[in-house]
Design a protein around this ligand. Structure first.
Ligand code: CO8
Length: 257
């Protein structure tokens, strides 16, 4: 697949997507969104692809939504056109994906990274929600996902001051799953994605659904969902294979059935 704003490769069962607008530090415009929707739809419908890594450049994962594209927009165009609502199509992806972040992840860039199932970051990563400096505010989920990731105090401070959080602070605060040296970021993310891709695909989808439900439901409802999904996996061939492989002391070979 060829895209105007993305570079896409496959590494066995892992799709690697690089944001590719270096002239604008990977700022997210409508073309990026259209390309991301296409690539995520292709990923979701391809049973051979079992995990996806989204990354940027060494200097920037993404420096935010494209300010030049937005600057002259009216209320009617933004609200009436439901600007950037297409990102809901990315968050609706049921299969696992990882954001691999180096450099700036600001505004919509931070918000896009937080849409991932988890973030692996390099030691140079810088996260922030600087929209308030432009007289606006987070608009792609930052005011909600950042609070859930790092708690109200830090999230509110970041959104009201627009200050950046460095990689070490982001890891301490729980925004980032793991920090790695910049030169190893993509390889480490691909290795992690390959490990996930080797798992039973139905178990991966069910696990993601259950963990995500922790943000949306009560403890009782979440535990009930978890138990139902756990029971349901006993209807899969892969569950028989996974448990047989353990008993026979070999690696399981999973088919997604
Ligand atoms: N949009 C458009 N262009 C950008 C953006 C951006 N967000 N960020 C950087 N660029 C461009 C610059 O304009 C510059 O282009 P040019 O060379 O043509 O002038 C090029 O990228 C390189 O940038 P700098 O020269 O500024 O590079 P520096 O290394 O000096 O600074 C920074 C890097 C600190 C990252 C700086 O570029 C910066 O502050 N960028 C803006 C960060 C920002 O404010 N992001 C938030 C944007 S608003 C947003 O994300 C809203 C999301 C919600 C949308 C929801 C809709 C419903």
């Amino acid at each position: 697949m060829n895209f105007e704003t993305l570079l896409v490769e496959t590494h066995d069962a892992v799709t690697l997507v690089r944001l590719n607008r270096p002239q604008a530090l990977n700022a997210l415009n409508s073309a990026v969104l259209a390309d991301l929707i296409t690539v995520f739809a292709a990923y979701e419908t391809d049973p051979a692809q079992r995990c996806l890594v989204l990354t940027g450049s060494d200097k920037a994962f993404a420096a935010g939504a494209d300010i030049k594209e937005m600057s002259q927009q009216s209320f009617a165009a933004m609200y009436g056109g439901n600007f950037f609502a297409g990102y809901d199509r990315i968050t609706a992806c049921r299969k696992p994906w990882i954001a691999a972040v180096s450099g700036f992840a600001l505004g919509g860039g931070c918000e896009l990274a937080m849409m991932a199932d988890f973030i692996i970051a390099s030691e140079t990563a810088k996260f922030g929600q600087p929209e308030i400096k432009l007289a606006v505010m987070p608009g792609m989920g930052g005011s909600q996902r950042l609070v859930r990731a790092i708690g109200k105090a830090k999230a509110m401070e970041m959104c009201l001051t627009g200050r950046m959080m460095d990689a070490a602070e982001a890891e301490r605060a729980g925004l980032v799953a793991r920090l790695v040296p910049m030169a190893e970021l993509v390889d480490e993310a691909l290795k992690t994605a390959a490990a996930i891709a080797a798992m039973a695909p139905l178990a991966a989808i069910a696990t993601k659904e259950a963990v995500d439900a922790a943000f949306e439901s009560t403890l009782t409802a979440g535990i009930r969902l978890e138990r139902r999904l756990f029971h349901a996996l006993f209807g899969s061939e892969d569950q028989k294979e996974g448990m047989a492989a353990f008993v026979e002391k070999r690696a399981g070979a999973f088919k997604g059935q």
